[in-house]
Design a protein around this ligand. Structure first.
Ligand SMILES: [Zn+2]
Length: 75
């Protein structure tokens, strides 16, 4: 499960690194709609299932964080 935290590397590519008023979803390269679809598909591949589920959970948590601070689910 720790492996899925690798997607947070793309948070580090952004400037500023952390902005509470910014939505991760739709902003970072690995948090756009296309990668999220890939993560969802990974859930159906037995070897990739845990990584896929972990990444989806990560996206949901980022989205909730965005909803709480901005009132929107994605940008
Ligand atoms: Zn994230």
């Amino acid at each position: 499960m720790m492996l899925t935290m690798v997607v947070d590397i793309d948070h580090l590519l952004a400037t500023p690194i952390y902005d509470p008023l910014r939505c991760s979803i739709g902003f970072h390269p690995l948090h756009k709609l296309f990668p999220i679809i890939v993560y969802a598909l990974a859930c159906f591949i037995p070897k990739l299932r845990f990584i896929g589920i972990g990444l989806i959970i990560h996206m949901i948590l980022d989205s909730i964080d965005c909803q709480l601070s901005n009132g929107i689910w994605f940008t």
